[in-house]
Design a protein. Sequence first.
Length: 147
Amino acid sequence: MAINLLKTMELAFRRHNVSGDLLPPALSDVKRVCDAKLLGVCFRHDLNFFKHIDSVVATWNQRLYLLGQLAKQGLGIYALDSVFKATVLNKISYALPVCFTYLTEGRKDMVKRVLKRPYRMGFTFQFYDLGDLNKIAQYKLFRSSRS
């Protein structure tokens, strides 16, 4: 297997108060970046997930608009609930076990506000709490790692 050096990037994780002078020298022909998207999750050099949460919320808003259009077309609540779980809920559940502990209270409140909207608009049967979603995601992650 050959590595394509034109597409290869280096992301060095470090604390935000540590200067770049203390990092090892960059590899030749490899670009050093401050943030990168890996498997759909935006990582930053200081493990700040703001960019990831902002992109997830923007995607949610687009998908909630789509659900509104589907509801206007007469799609039933059972189908809307299924579409919501498949397109919106899975988007946050994917990286939640990793990024939840790094979120500030402001970002958690923003996600909680967005999570209230589908229930209030009638797209789903139940209200989803961010803390409960995190507990479920953690349980699934560690249960599957033991098997």
